[in-house]
Design a protein around this ligand. Structure first.
Ligand SMILES: *Cc1c(COP(=O)(O)O)cnc(C)c1O
Length: 365
């Protein structure tokens, strides 16, 4: 038998998600030692010590299944957001919430509208259900073109994804534009607001998407513990929505999708507000430093509300940086071969990126 004959055509045509290369892989493949990774928007300061302690303490209980309902984390977040516990859905990373949304609301013939370039998982989950992706180009400033997205909605549209702040550009939409867009949406379109970088946003008019939950059924706001809380390796994220939507997503969910360690670490991380504040501070200072230094080198840098920067370093710099042990994210796949996405690191990591780029670009132009 040839699998090619039985594999679903929409799965065969998928391009797998390409994660940022860990330094060990770079050492294995290219023999580059001592590399730094600024490629996956991970927290440069690591997880809260309280989260680490909570994980250690939970190790003895690993023979037990996790709490499939995530009761403790659910209660904690429900209180934080002023919603009912049954309005929360947890996932193995926020990625799983995207997958659950696609599984629950999309099939062949259905359309999902989202901006492009945006998060690389949107086409994967949409096409993975055999549905049709409708990618709406960002505007000239690489910001979501919400008017064009609204215009792209048809009778076949079931889901709209808004990534705010947007990955891989770091740009964001403000409250006025966002609220007008949401108010204009047809009732029977599911709105997913992906706020993976919410905690880093600095613009004063950043939208309060959560406030739409009470007013617009079929709206979900997604957050994650992978970014500001530094728990990417444990995989835990969540969506807040109305109880009916949460109920449907829960039917599609595997029972133990958030593991024991992830739940206790997430709870402890929420309690360590000082650590989260430090993460935000290190990021804001790094954004400022990198923007200033890279601009001085003649490199275009886009404004960011996230923990990474979009920069126009010129073509070929992904490979050149990698050989120098600085791992960043190439954007060739988005049709932007002259741009890079660089995660904001610790001061010494940021400095190494700047110095390496300065050296590599010398003699150019
Ligand atoms: C990182 C990221 C996520 C999800 O991350 P998880 O690690 O799966 O929680 C979701 N959306 C965007 C835009 C991201 O950058």
């Amino acid at each position: 038998m040839t699998l090619e004959r039985v594999v679903k055509p929409h799965i065969r045509e998928l391009a797998p998600y390409e994660p940022g290369k860990p330094p060990e892989e770079l050492e294995r493949e290219l023999g580059v030692v001592g590399a730094i990774k600024l490629a996956s928007n991970e927290s440069p300061i690591g997880p809260s010590p309280r989260a680490i302690a909570a994980v250690r303490e939970a190790l003895e209980g690993l023979h037990r299944y996790p709490d499939g309902a995530c009761f403790a984390l659910r209660s904690r977040l429900a209180e934080h957001f002023g919603v009912e516990g049954k309005q929360l859905v947890f996932g193995c990373g926020a990625d799983e919430l995207l997958e659950l949304t696609a599984k629950t609301f999309l099939g062949p013939g259905d359309e999902a509208v989202y901006a492009w370039p945006s998060f690389a998982m949107y086409p994967i989950v949409v096409k993975g259900m055999g549905a049709t992706p409708v990618q709406v180009p960002l505007d000239a400033d690489l910001v979501h073109d919400l008017d064009a997205m609204r215009a792209a909605i048809t009778d076949r549209t079931r889901v709209v994804f808004v990534c705010n702040p947007n990955n891989p550009t770091g740009t964001s939409v403000g409250a006025e534009a966002f609220d007008a867009f949401v108010a204009s949406l047809p009732e029977d379109v599911v709105l997913v607001v992906d706020e993976a970088y919410y905690e880093f946003a600095r613009r004063p008019d950043f939208p309060q998407a959560i406030e739409w939950l009470a007013r617009r059924p079929g709206t979900m706001v997604m957050r994650t513990f992978s970014k500001i809380y530094g728990l990417a390796g444990l995989r835990v994220g969540y969506g807040v929505c109305d109880p009916e939507m949460a109920d449907y997503l829960n039917r599609a969910r595997h029972p133990f999708n958030v593991n024991r360690l992830a739940e206790v670490a997430a709870l402890a991380a929420l309690d360590d507000t000082e650590h989260a504040a430090r993460s935000r501070q290190v990021n804001a200072e790094g954004a400022e430093y990198l923007t200033r230094e890279l601009t001085d080198l003649g490199i275009e840098v886009w404004p960011t509300d996230a923990n990474f920067l979009l920069i126009r370093a010129g073509e070929g710099f992904f490979d050149k940086l990698q050989r120098e042990g600085v791992i960043v994210r190439p954007l060739d796949g988005f049709g932007m071969p002259d741009c890079l996405r660089v995660s904001i690191g610790l001061p010494e990591e940021n400095e190494r990126l700047v110095k390496t780029l300065a050296r590599l670009r010398k003699g150019r132009a």
